[in-house]
Design a protein around this ligand. Sequence first.
Ligand SMILES: *[C@@H]1O[C@H](CO)[C@@H](O)[C@H](O)[C@H]1NC(C)=O
Ligand SMILES: *[C@@H]1O[C@H](CO)[C@@H](O)[C@H](O)[C@H]1NC(C)=O
Ligand SMILES: [Ca+2]
Ligand SMILES: [Ca+2]
Length: 548
Amino acid sequence: MQGLGVSQMGLIPVVVALAILNAGSASEVPRPLGVSLAKASLYQPQAGDQSWTCLDGSRSIPFAQVNDDYCDCADGSDEPGTAACPQGQFHCLNKGHQPVDIPSSRVQDGICDCCDGSDESQVVGCPNTCLELGAAAAVQRRNEAELHKRGAEKRLEMITRGKQMKAEREARRLELDQRHKEQVVLRTEKEQLKQNAEALEKEAIDIFKAEQREVDAETAQAEQEPQQMRQEASLSFMRYDTNKDGFVEVTELMVDMNLDRDRNGVVTIDEAKFFLDERERLDLDAFVTLAWPRIKPLAMLAEGLFQPPQPEEVVKQEEVTTEGIEPTPPKPSEEQADLAGEEEIEADEEGEEDQYEDEEPDVGVGEASPDVEEVTPPNYDPETARLIQQANEARNALEEVERSLREIEQEVKEIDEQNSKGYGLTEEWAVHDGQCYNFEDREYVYTLCPFDRASQKSRSGGPETTLGRWDKWIGEPKKYSQQKYTNGAACWNGPNRSAIINISCALEPKITAVSEPNRCEYYFEFETPAACDSEAFQAEAENLHDEL
Ligand SMILES: *[C@@H]1O[C@H](CO)[C@@H](O)[C@H](O)[C@H]1NC(C)=O
Ligand SMILES: *[C@@H]1O[C@H](CO)[C@@H](O)[C@H](O)[C@H]1NC(C)=O
Ligand SMILES: [Ca+2]
Ligand SMILES: [Ca+2]
């Protein structure tokens, strides 16, 4: 109270001076009760017939009907000083304080509405409190001016920091653009390297697979043939061994006319010996390995299983092996080889469609039902393994460049988002991005994280409810005086929650009040030095003075 008294004392001369000025100018312009100085010239009677036209031009009436307590004009303009017209306006001059317009229905209603008492002059004696009120308002303005001045110093720090942050963002943005360009070039390079490496890899794998199939086929054949051969040989051995002494001898062979190589009707000893590897007799094992390979082709010939070769070739039959004779009936091993051949073609067609994903080791698919062994990678030869390794490295290198590009793009996006948020006229709001402020009432803890979200949480625990996400500045006429947060959690049977943040100047940032004026629409009062603007406040104050 004391402090107020002192400031008031200091203000009195100004107020008095203003009051005198107003009184002087006001008395010079004669005008009906309830008409503002600005509109005084509109309330002059017509020089000749003393008529007057309603302000909306709707009709002309005798000037004497202005303020005669009877409403003549549709717009109520003829009764500024009475309550006769429902939509009339009464102007309180309020010398020493602020002039105001009140609805003319409040004129002579027994309640003092104007501080100068002009609305009730005829009935109740309203005291003129304008000087006191004006002085108090001036004190308040001075205090606010002082607050804005001190706050503006803090705001200046925020501006400095905000501009610095912006410069850093811009520098970073340029750096990122540059790195992006480099990485794009690098990507092209790595893509080419990958393609080359994969081409070599595919070639090597294809060759390896083809070889693998051959080896597999041969292995299968090699595994099956001796058994089959031994079986046939044993049967044949038993047939030849007529005396069952466990040997096949020359005489025992001489009875088989199939062995008459020169076809002279007799199997000679020499002829028979040829089949016994020039020996007298052979036991089973020796027969299987030495005799049977020579006998078998002739046995098959005799059974009509294939056409006899040309006579000259028959002579050289010592060199003939089963593999050497073309039209042998297909054996299981050869069938498999054929199947493998078809597989190979199919695999190649697939390979062309899909670069390398299907290129995974699938050797063995052709011959076996799927089992565990299939997933173990084939044991590549060192050269193929090296090419696969190189292709893997090329793929990884490309992937790394692509990851780096994604990171750069993400950061660029974040910077652009920050730049588009609008941190005030001079970046003073930038320091608030990333901060959060709390406010507690009896039930809830409210949180405002400027440029991010507003939320609410029950004091007794439970999950946080989003009241809104950063949307935009919506202040009118000062853009940076209100923020809007939208698309918060959906209200049961209602809209999504939203919040408006009304901003005013103070030395420290804080939330001073939260309310819910409409269902699911929240209203935060937020104070921050960012809203302190000494010059703007000064200009406003001067405007006010001009009106007085
Ligand atoms: C509410 O938010 C949800 C999800 O964010 C959205 O799909 C829906 O359209 C919003 N509803 C309204 C009325 O805005
Ligand atoms: C919003 O803030 C302004 C100061 O920027 C203040 O004058 C006004 O009274 C506030 N509005 C409400 C509804 O509190
Ligand atoms: Ca009238
Ligand atoms: Ca009144």
